[in-house]
Design a protein around this ligand. Structure first.
Ligand code: NI
Length: 274
């Protein structure tokens, strides 16, 4: 990983903090025709989830939640498959992303930061699972894993595995190293944790260029079998989604999760596309 990339990536974290402090009204896209006004995102039945989690903590089984749909069998040799991926959430725009994906019957993959899973965002995590999206591990706090000791690295992964399992019951099988920074230690620890390392073929640079048109163009340039990197923490990425989904629809793409794209993955191994 080049030093420049690391520095640019550190800007991403700064951007993340900035975005979260923007007043809600300013996050709404403008009235331009190609940017629909997003209403209040549909939330999973937060009360039901809260009740169930509270019951689980007391050892009392709560009400049944909807079943999580299994991965579909999609033959990506005969379908034009693309795996859209969203990193660094769950956050305040994640519900909008889920609404837009649902409108296009699109499944995607979310690489979550454990520390972002809060009382405010955990129903989005449940919605991801319940709506057939895949959830992957993006570390606890976006640490550059390649700079950590094996113990610290394992802690980053395990805490996030636990946080997602607590909300959804899902044991994640994929991870994405923050900044794409990986090395032999990351290879070893992800292998032992049972996580394949998922990189990307198309980088939209949506954290750097906060321009929905540019983000949509870059995503729509995906080739069949590509994994596309985006971040659901940026409002401009959400604004880009209707257009990029329309363009990929027009090109005949099928939206698949990373595991639907790759099939069986080997823990520790790195993947960028099919
Ligand atoms: Ni990230």
């Amino acid at each position: 990983m080049r030093i420049g990339s690391v520095l640019l990536s550190l800007l991403l974290l700064g951007g993340c903090a900035q975005v979260r402090s923007v007043p809600a009204g300013e996050n709404r896209p403008g009235p331009a025709a190609q940017h629909p006004r997003f209403g209040t995102p549909r939330r999973f039945d937060a009360d039901l989830l809260r009740w169930r989690l509270a019951g689980a903590q007391r050892g009392v089984p709560g009400p049944r939640l909807p079943a999580i749909p299994p991965p579909r069998r999609v033959d990506c040799r005969t379908h034009k498959c693309v795996a859209l991926t969203f990193d660094d959430g769950p956050a305040e725009y994640t519900g909008h992303v889920l609404d837009l994906l649902a409108a296009h019957h699109a499944r995607a993959t979310f690489f979550l930061l454990g520390q972002m899973i809060t009382n405010e965002t955990r129903d989005f995590v449940w919605r991801m699972a319940a709506e057939g999206h895949e959830i992957g591990n993006h570390s606890w706090d976006h640490a550059s894993l390649a700079g950590l000791s094996p113990d610290a690295l394992r802690h980053e992964l395990d805490r996030t595995q636990d946080a997602v399992r607590k909300v959804t019951g899902v044991r994640m099988r994929l991870m994405r190293p923050p900044y794409g920074a990986t090395n032999q230690t990351v290879d070893n620890e992800t292998k032992q944790t049972g996580l394949a390392q998922i990189l990307w073929a198309v980088d939209t640079l949506d954290w750097l260029n906060r321009n929905p048109t540019v983000i949509a163009q870059r995503s729509a340039a995906a080739k069949p079998g590509d994994i596309v990197l985006m971040h659901d923490i940026h409002p401009t990425t959400v604004q880009a989604l209707p257009r990029l989904l329309d363009e990929l629809d027009h090109k005949g793409f099928t939206y698949v999760t990373v595991s639907e794209l790759l099939g069986d993955t080997a823990p520790g191994k790195k993947y960028t596309n099919k």
